[in-house]
Design a protein. Structure first.
Length: 238
């Protein structure tokens, strides 16, 4: 019979199974060899190694040399637990699927998506779970070229709940010449980048849990922008 400690009892039921599994793996109780191996692999991975892995995956994607995954085998292998290396906060856009863009398989990355790839309390809580409890070493804020949400924010689009959604997007138009509308491609590109950079900063300033992991060197938070035409990810400040 599984014994829960006080920390586990405080975790919401939806997370308790994962935390119990990880504790069991750490103490070699009720853990399969597969669970132990993947727990050790994740624990030994550094934030820089996780970033290098995603960069290599994107290079494979751009070159058309992605790995040949047996997805059903991966589904079976990860059924007892998950040990993702990274969290991707991406846009809702259907043309930017993070697992494909970074050539990752089932169980390799957490993915949170919202139009405009911004953070809010729900996403911050999810990222705290994915890092502090589930062990991910990297958070990537992934913007993309010609983002429709950014264009809508620039144009101050009003439409039902979308109005409030777009208000979360950082629109910094300072220093950009030309028309203040989404027709100005230079302006759109600038806002896409500034929004990613602001989100990277906000994640760390709004979450003491994540900020503490970063200070300890256990986590990195980085920004990137995806090119729709080439499939290439450009990394900011890397």
């Amino acid at each position: 019979m599984t014994q829960f400690n006080r920390t586990e009892v405080r975790i919401a039921p939806v997370f308790a199974g994962l935390l119990t599994l990880q504790v069991g793996c750490a103490t070699n109780q009720s853990a399969t060899p597969h669970d132990v191996a993947f727990t050790q692999q994740q624990a030994s991975m550094t934030p820089d190694a996780a970033l290098a892995d995603l960069k290599a995956g994107n290079r494979r994607f751009v070159a058309g040399q992605t790995r040949d995954y047996d997805l059903l085998a991966q589904a079976r292998a990860t059924a007892s637990g998950q040990y993702p290396k990274a969290i991707i906060l991406g846009c809702l856009d259907s043309r930017v699927p993070p697992e494909m863009v970074f050539d990752q398989g089932i169980g390799d990355i957490f993915v949170g998506r919202v139009a405009g790839n911004f953070e809010n309390q729900d996403l911050l809580g999810s990222m705290e779970f994915g890092t502090k409890l589930a062990g991910a070493k990297l958070i990537v804020v992934l913007g993309h070229e010609a983002c429709g949400a950014v264009k809508g924010a620039i144009d101050q689009v009003k439409l039902g709940n979308l109005t409030a959604t777009l208000e979360n997007i950082n629109v910094d138009t300072s220093g950009i010449a030309g028309e203040r509308s989404s027709k100005n491609k230079t302006l759109v590109a600038s806002v896409i980048e500034s929004n990613v950079r602001q989100t990277v900063r906000d994640i760390q300033s709004r979450s003491p849990v994540i900020a503490d992991l970063v200070r300890q060197g256990e986590l990195k938070v980085v920004g990137a922008i995806y090119d729709l035409d080439t499939g290439r990810v450009s990394w900011l400040d890397q």
